[in-house]
Design a protein. Structure first.
Length: 272
């Protein structure tokens, strides 16, 4: 694993090319890449994941591109960011690193949380991204009926009240287990980042995305439902949507990965 420092925090990454692991990393990367004529892909994992979750997909695509799989700050071997970052902070830091190291426009492949960061980079720093493939992409607010909205409003208010008023101990832990999501309970030092991120609505940023985007969703995804993909396709003019039968938020990277690998291979050929 290699690492770099930007915006006061450390990112670690796994790279498939020796050009990315020299003692002077990324030196003359644009010239090296032009000679190789291979695109550079940045892989950004989902919440609670690390670069390791990408390796089964990277291996069969290794010859088509140069691959850099990040451990985003707060995950894997990367420590949490120095402050409670939102996805715009992750995006600005990665964009600064790409620019500082003279990267050509890259291909971005994200899963869930990694899609949020990719959307932010494409909107805020369009010169950095050539094309994106977003797998189970997050970033939109769910569409709910008025009754459902009221239910979740009351639930959230009650959760916040109990969190403040109930003293620490076994009873509070049980309450948090009942009301909080699994990601919230497991967030630890990243809890404030998690709360900030899940409350973001990236609809305005999505409308600013101009690069080609391939959207991949599982038909049975309950975390980021396939209707997110339908809405993103409407918001992003240059996009295509693939909904995979019998797959969910996580199985797309597991038993459904062979379908995803074929779509990603086509994505690389079209945009590399």
């Amino acid at each position: 694993m290699q690492d770099f420092q930007i915006h006061g925090t450390k990112f670690t990454y796994h790279a498939t090319s020796k050009d990315f692991t020299d003692k002077i990393p990324f030196k003359n990367i644009r010239e090296q890449n032009n000679e190789a004529k291979k695109p550079i892909i940045i892989w950004a994992h989902g919440w609670g994941h690390t670069h390791q979750n990408w390796l089964p997909l990277i291996t069969p695509l290794e010859q088509q591109a140069e691959h850099i799989a990040l451990d985003l700050p707060g995950f894997g071997q990367s420590p949490p960011p120095p402050e409670d970052w939102g996805t715009e902070h992750y995006a600005d830091a990665i964009a600064a690193w790409l620019k500082d190291n003279n990267f050509p426009p890259v291909l971005w492949i994200g899963h869930s949380f990694g899609c949020r960061v990719g959307l932010q980079i494409a909107a805020r720093h369009p010169e950095c991204i050539k094309a994106m493939s977003l797998i189970s992409g997050a970033g939109l607010k769910r569409k709910r009926s008025p009754l459902k909205k009221l239910y979740f409003y009351i639930r959230i208010k009650l959760f916040k009240l109990l969190r403040k008023r109930v003293p620490e101990g076994t009873f509070k832990d049980k309450l948090m287990a009942k009301f909080g999501s699994a990601d919230y309970k497991d967030a630890g030092a990243m809890r404030k980042v998690f709360i900030r991120v899940v409350n973001e609505d990236l609809t305005p940023q999505t409308q600013d995305v101009q690069c080609p985007v391939t959207l991949i969703y599982g038909e049975n995804d309950t975390e980021t439902p396939a209707e997110f993909g339908t809405r993103l396709k409407q918001l992003i003019s240059n996009s295509q949507l693939h909904i995979l039968s019998d797959q969910d938020h996580y199985s797309v990277l597991q038993n459904g990965r062979h379908q995803v690998i074929k779509l990603l291979s086509d994505f690389i050929k079209e945009n590399g």
